[in-house]
Design a protein around this ligand. Structure first.
Ligand code: NAP
Ligand code: G3P
Length: 492
């Protein structure tokens, strides 16, 4: 079913129901981070083609918006089944393209299948309401608002490299369920997996033009896409830097943004340390730390720090490092630039006398898992998001100090608290300036119907299946003003 999306490993774009190459005749070679071998080529689209993609979506929007909710749900359900049938093939491409271990690549695809099914069902349950005017002085019960939910129009979906299938579908499926058409800009590294996803939606029977793809480097055509006047909402996941840039150069366009994080694990004196260490290691190092919700710092009370550090280091020493197809947890980072950045943070910590417990070994873009103890707040690693396999441990004297350091961050995605005292857990949770607090668990997004949001530089708006459908639609009120008929109709 994926034949028509490429010729000789050169991938095309979906425009108005057809898979087409770009008039630019320019392609971008996508190389695997594993061995630098070419996975395929994608089109570098022109500005004119960007305009065409958006216009196609605009023209197709009324047809899709007019479909019944159950017709839209049927298409999403069908797409979920097609994705499920092709899960192994797509997971393999994903593993090659972004060096995600094959088991996690497969679970990304299957999680997406579940996501799409839940979205199709949840979309059917979203209803409007009626409101009566007499709750306000001067208005009567004869003023009645019929409030329905309406789509917004054309949604621009932009996703990052680390979940090119899941974080694309988690925008596209709720946008479609709400009745919008979609222009989809996948991450350049991740485009090939994402174009397979687009084909899945098309095969499921989406009318021509309802979903259109744009490939090309964000640094070259990104600004042009986001400032297209026919875009009615931007749903972006990626770095805080690009997110802020997008919000600076657009005007009056609603946005949902999922951005960077610096999630902290706060470990209290009464925590079960084995459990905390297991969660911290999984949270920090899965997919080599390239997750927005990765645990990116540990704040531990001084008198349990030695024990916790030893438990963490012991588990980190057992992490498998290497090839995603051997199911290693620690795999090559997305590119050399990313590895260089992580190395800079490691070097800065070493120069400022953090205690290296394990790691700081590198083979090109493959960085071994690295743990630093005695990290202090003058070190870059205490504050910056590495998006790589390095974990700083900061020793604190009190819960108050832990909360202060946790909150003294530009980010506010999630935090974990490890303790056996539910009162302490709730007290601290209330103080933390983040979207979600996990008690006795690593930070993580799922399950995907929970609300997912970041505060400060970690994002704006709320995702999560129902929240996403609501965020990509709007209420519309039709107000009926009944005439007074008390002379003619009497209550019996
Ligand atoms: P990124 O560099 O910000 O890129 C994200 C997406 O934006 C890509 O599709 C990219 O295209 C595109 N882009 C770049 N410049 C653009 C512009 N000027 N206009 C429009 N689009 C533009 O992020 P990344 O490296 O892919 O992902 C890692 C970051 O994402 C981390 O900071 C991570 O924390 C964050 N993230 C957050 C969440 C969350 O839910 N909060 C989830 C996952 C990741 P190209 O690929 O062509 O450059
Ligand atoms: O970084 C992507 C975000 O969606 C995280 O999902 O499951 O890795 O917490 P998860």
């Amino acid at each position: 079913m994926f034949n028509e999306i490429q010729d000789n490993n050169c991938y095309k774009n979906l425009l108005n129901g057809k898979w087409v190459t770009s008039d630019s005749e320019k392609t971008i070679s996508i190389k695997s981070p594993i061995d630098d071998k070419e996975v395929g080529n994608i089109q570098a689209m022109t500005k004119e083609e960007v305009d065409i993609a958006v216009l196609d979506a605009k023209n197709a929007y009324p047809i899709w918006a007019d479909k019944s909710v159950s017709e839209r749900a049927d298409v999403i359900h069908k797409a979920a089944s097609i994705l499920e049938e092709n899960a192994d093939e797509i997971a393999e491409i994903l593993a090659k393209e972004i060096a995600k271990d094959i088991k996690s690549a497969k679970s990304e695809v299957i999680r997406t299948v579940d996501f799409m099914r839940f979205t199709a069902d949840e979309g059917k349950r979203i209803q409007g309401e009626t409101l009566q005017g007499d709750g306000f002085h001067g208005f009567s019960k004869n003023k009645i608002a019929f409030v329905t939910r309406e789509p917004l129009g054309v949604v621009l979906a932009i996703s990052p490299f680390n979940y090119p299938v899941n974080l694309s579908a988690s925008k596209i499926a709720p946008a479609l369920m709400a009745g919008n058409s979609v222009v989809f800009k996948p991450p350049t590294q991740g485009s090939i997996s994402a174009l397979h996803l687009a084909r899945v939606f098309q095969e499921a029977g989406l009318p021509d033009g309802v979903l259109n793809t744009i490939t090309g480097k964000g640094s070259e055509i990104g600004d042009y896409i986001i400032t297209n006047p026919n875009i009615n909402l931007i749903n972006f996941t990626g770095s805080s830097e690009v997110g802020k840039h997008i919000s600076e150069i657009t005007s009056m366009v609603p946005m949902i943004m999922e951005l960077g994080g610096k999630d902290a694990a706060i470990v209290l004196e009464d925590a079960e340390l084995d459990h905390a260490a297991t969660n911290i290691v999984k949270g920090a190092f899965s997919y080599s730390g390239q997750r927005c919700t990765a645990l990116k710092r540990v704040l531990v009370l001084e008198n349990i720090a030695d024990e916790l550090v030893e438990l963490i280091v012991e588990q980190v020493s057992k992490l498998q490092v290497g090839n995603p197809f051997d199911n290693a947890t620690i795999t090559p980072l997305i590119n050399n630039k990313a590895a260089n950045f992580v190395q800079e943070l490691i070097d800065d910590a070493l120069n400022k006398n953090a205690t290296l417990k394990i790691g700081n070994k590198r083979e090109k873009n493959l960085l071994y898992p690295t743990v630093f103890d005695n990290v202090t707040t003058d070190m870059r690693i205490a504050w910056e998001e590495p998006f790589g396999p390095v974990l700083p441990i900061i020793r604190v004297k009190s819960i108050d100090e832990a909360v202060d350091i946790a909150n003294d961050s530009e980010y506010g995605l999630q935090s974990s608290i490890f303790t056996n005292d539910i009162d302490d857990a709730f007290h601290i949770a209330r103080l933390l300036e983040v979207g979600t607090v996990q008690i006795n668990n690593k930070t993580e997004r799922g399950p995907d119907h929970f609300p997912f949001l970041g505060v400060k530089s970690s994002g704006m708006g709320t995702q999560g299946i129902r929240y996403s459908i609501e965020a990509m639609s709007r209420p519309k009120a039709i107000v009926v003003n009944l005439r007074e008929r008390s002379d003619k109709v009497t209550d019996k």
